[in-house]
Design a binder for this molecule. Sequence first.
Ligand SMILES: Cc1cc2nc3c(=O)[nH]c(=O)nc-3n(C[C@H](O)[C@H](O)[C@H](O)COP(=O)(O)O)c2cc1C
Length: 238
Amino acid sequence: MNAAISEARANAVDEAIESRQSMREFLPKPVAKETIAHILEVASRAPSGTNTQPWKTYVLQGASRDALVDKVVAAHDALRADPSLASQYREEYDYYPEKWVSPYIDRRRENGWGLYGLLGITKGDKDKMHAQHQRNYRFFDAPVGLMFTMDKVMGRGSLVDYGMFLQNIMVAARGHGLHTCPQAAWNGFASIILPHIGAGPDEMLVCGMALGYADETAHVNTFRTPRVPAAEFTTWLD
Ligand SMILES: Cc1cc2nc3c(=O)[nH]c(=O)nc-3n(C[C@H](O)[C@H](O)[C@H](O)COP(=O)(O)O)c2cc1C
């Protein structure tokens, strides 16, 4: 490969990775089925331990998407009105730690209040917080909702593999001018989602994802998240 081609390729890959950000407002513009299918095909090149490929993907558009949104939005409202319903809405695996410690809790808070601050939502404003959180259950108006499951029998390593598959989808989407928001917010509503998508009894919900053309002018989409410099998390051993 000549130097110009390899530099162009490196730039294209860097650009696809660096231009990915979680978008939280999408345009109603539909996404071609062939484009979604292509992205999933490319994403399936993700590595997985002994090539187990633990991912199962459900693509929701149109009526199936809208019906799921209605069900989960209603459940989210009902849960707020009656917190005792929480026992019906449990995550199937612990995405977050039981006990938060520094520096992770600090980054989490910075992220949450950074987003809410941008939207003018203050600490005591429970109604606005609920409404903003509920945007998750509308896929942030994206026309395509993805749900990801894996067989419960698989080990924790399959979640590592899964992350690579999910990242591939998000990066490949960039190549087609599309944006995404990965969403663990759905996880508590697996008891509604799994029957809706027709998942088998051996499957567990890994997460959801919004996919579509982002409204790049939306205020919420100007939210940029910081990163710890690589020098801070890397130990070089010579
Ligand atoms: C597995 C996973 C689940 C996430 N769940 C949600 C979610 O439910 N709702 C949301 O708004 N963002 C969610 N995010 C997005 C993160 O908040 C976001 O990735 C992080 O703040 C870094 O920002 P960036 O994606 O814009 O780079 C999730 C991210 C990942 C990787």
